[in-house]
Design a protein around this ligand. Structure first.
Ligand code: G6P
Ligand code: MG
Length: 219
């Protein structure tokens, strides 16, 4: 098994629980357009870019909008989302995340963020975690969304680490697929029944340490 030299992290649902805010903001948009958005439908939006998410939601509601209308609705959703994010503090960082990143630093394992979000830097600033990542690949940089491997390949290239030496932490099906397409180890954060393509699935970082990751690789 190749050694792990870098860890790349998704943001939403891995570092911080913003998924609930995305859901509230998308659901309000759906409600404004006259339909509802279930939790199951929302699951399909995880890891998916803002405009692609909007297209999926419009298809669910059977609503058609002009290009201008789509941009307006997406902008409205983002304003609501960022309003909700205002209430976040460093305490909203998911349990165990900081400790895990500290362990990586002590072991000289490189760190990067790979997120579809255009708000990644704003969110990291809010939770005071910007300095934990040596590179940030966000929605402003990628041209192809997850499940395309671009986001994680760019992260690995920034860190000058070969993809086979990278492990990716992801809570979304599309994100796990992106990691696997990049030729990286994929650690799913969530449930095995959902993240079926991940190499390893853990509920979160609370009881997960670097030693667990390294021993899994050499197993
Ligand atoms: C992440 C989230 C998605 C979100 C996407 C774009 O991947 O999981 O739910 O749609 O980022 O986020 P943004 O902040 O740019 O709207
Ligand atoms: Mg995510």
């Amino acid at each position: 098994m190749p050694a792990i030299k870098a860890c790349l992290f998704d943001l939403d649902g891995v570092i911080v629980d913003t998924a609930k805010f995305h859901y509230i903001a998308w659901r309000r948009l759906a409600n404004d357009l006259g339909f509802d958005l279930s939790i199951e439908e929302n699951e399909k939006l995880k890891g998916i870019s803002r405009m692609e998410s909007l297209e999926i939601i419009l298809a669910i509601g059977g609503v058609q909008l002009s290009e201008e209308g789509k941009l307006k609705r997406a902008a409205e959703k983002n304003v609501r989302y960022l309003e909700l994010c205002q209430q976040m503090t460093p305490d909203d960082t998911l349990p165990g995340v900081r400790l895990f990143l500290d362990e990586l630093k002590s072991a000289s394992i490189r760190t990067g963020l790979g997120s579809a979000s255009k708000n990644a830097r704003i969110i990291l600033e809010r939770i005071d975690m910007l300095s934990y990542f040596e590179t940030i690949v966000d929605g402003n940089r990628v041209t192809k969304g997850k499940p395309d491997p671009e986001v994680f390949l760019l992260g690995a290239a920034d860190l000058e680490i070969s993809p086979e030496n990278c492990a990716v932490f992801e809570d979304a099906v599309a994100g796990v697929q992106s990691a696997k397409a990049a030729g990286m180890m994929a650690v799913g954060i969530g449930e095995k029944s959902v993240l079926t393509e991940a190499d390893l699935v853990v509920p979160g970082f609370s009881n997960f340490h670097l030693a667990d990751l390294l021993s899994w690789k050499s197993a």
